[in-house]
Design a protein around this ligand. Structure first.
Ligand SMILES: [Zn+2]
Length: 377
């Protein structure tokens, strides 16, 4: 099975059903501004080509003609999403509805491109023994160009590594590579809290601070997006110093290593992020104070992002997402400090901060690339 709708209109219909399905034909025609007869013709073509199927309606309509919604067939396609870091490959297989089916993790003994490509190829073969994969997506913390070349990745110490080409050649599967924040934003856009919103922003907190934006229904990106430009925004004039010497920037205030460092110093023993969460839940005074300052800084960042990019929703995610819920009223206080009181309330959604969420993002990049290129197997 390949994803090759006949023309652009058919692609639009298939994509709308993929993201928002199941959908009835009348609803589809309304969403896409198509005449019912046109939609009927296109949907018949998509059904006969096996891309879409009629599915039983979940709820019985009490009157009028019964409608038979259209949906994609989840098991018709599988995608493999890999999050590449300096220590491991985390990977997840998803189906066409982005449902995670199986996850994998392998440690990396080295980060040389040769070793990483070989490890990715081995892991892909392992997944292929259970799933007929259509494409591979790889998410990397760094600057990635449109051809899937990693131009720079500080954690891996890589410069100009043509990762997509190398993995395509060794795995014989279409491979797409993207910055990890782009991947995370893509999964939110099509299958997460951003679905149905033409404008939304993503802020992630973890080892770094990330920002993604969808404007008018498309990811807003340029060649500098992978640098992580939000990382050194000033958020607290009295905060600690970051690696670049800034006082109270996003890196110094919001990253989990920075918070763990400050909490360890305050408590007098080394603390990991989970220890910090436990102490904060137990209302440990020093840890609570540190998290309150970080939460306020996060609130300021959310407030600034909301003012600059007019999102309908701000999604906060990443492995440090607990900061948003643990810092009590500090998040709201931080927002209030930078937002005009006449402005409407910012809608905030907290998203999953797990490894699987990043891997699903990588797989969504594979899915998107596969659809865009009409890949054939
Ligand atoms: Zn800084």
């Amino acid at each position: 099975m390949t994803w090759q709708p006949k023309d652009e209109l058919a692609s639009e219909v298939a994509l709308e059903v993929l993201i928002h399905g199941p959908l009835g034909r009348a609803e589809l025609a309304r969403r896409l501004g198509l005449a019912p007869a046109t939609l009927t013709r296109i949907s018949a073509e998509l059904i006969s080509s096996g891309l879409l199927a009629e599915v039983p309606e979940a709820t019985q309509r009490t009157s009028g003609r019964p409608t038979v919604p259209l949906d994609v067939i989840p098991s018709s396609h599988y995608f493999f999403g890999i999050k590449l870091t300096d220590s491991a490959l985390d990977a997840t297989v998803i189906d066409l509805k982005a449902t995670p089916l199986e996850s994998y993790r392998v440690a990396l003994e080295s980060t040389t491109p040769t070793h990483v490509v070989s490890a990715i190829t081995k892991l892909t073969r392992r997944a292929q023994s259970s799933y007929r994969l259509d494409a591979v997506g790889i998410a990397v913390g760094g600057v990635v160009n449109a051809h899937g070349t990693v131009e720079s990745a500080p954690f891996l110490k890589w410069h100009n590594v043509p990762l997509a080409t190398l993995v395509t050649d060794s795995s014989h599967l279409p491979t797409f590579v993207a910055n990890d924040l782009s991947a995370y934003t893509q999964i939110q856009h099509w299958f997460g809290a951003g679905t149905g919103h033409a404008n939304f922003a993503v802020i992630t907190v973890g080892v770094g601070v990330g920002y993604g934006c969808v404007a008018n229904g498309a990811r807003l990106e340029n060649e500098d997006s992978g640098i992580g430009l939000i990382g050194h925004w000033p958020l607290d004039p009295l905060g600690p110093i970051c690696s670049q010497g800034h006082r109270g920037c996003a890196e110094a205030m919001l990253t989990t290593p920075a918070i763990c460092r400050d909490a360890s110093a305050a408590v007098g023993r080394p603390l990991g992020w989970h220890d910090v969460i436990t102490l904060a839940t137990d209302k440990h005074p020093a840890v609570t104070t540190i998290l309150a300052a970080s939460g306020r800084a996060l609130g300021r960042l959310v407030g600034m992002v909301a003012s600059l990019t007019a999102p309908e929703v701000v999604i906060i995610g990443g492995e440090g997402v607990a900061l948003a819920s643990l810092s009590g009223n500090s998040l709201a206080a931080g927002i209030a400090e930078v937002r005009d009181p006449r402005a409407s309330a910012i809608r905030i959604t907290l998203s999953n901060g797990s490894n699987e969420a990043w891997c699903r993002g990588a797989a969504a990049i594979a899915l998107q690339g596969y659809i865009a290129t009409g890949s054939t197997r």
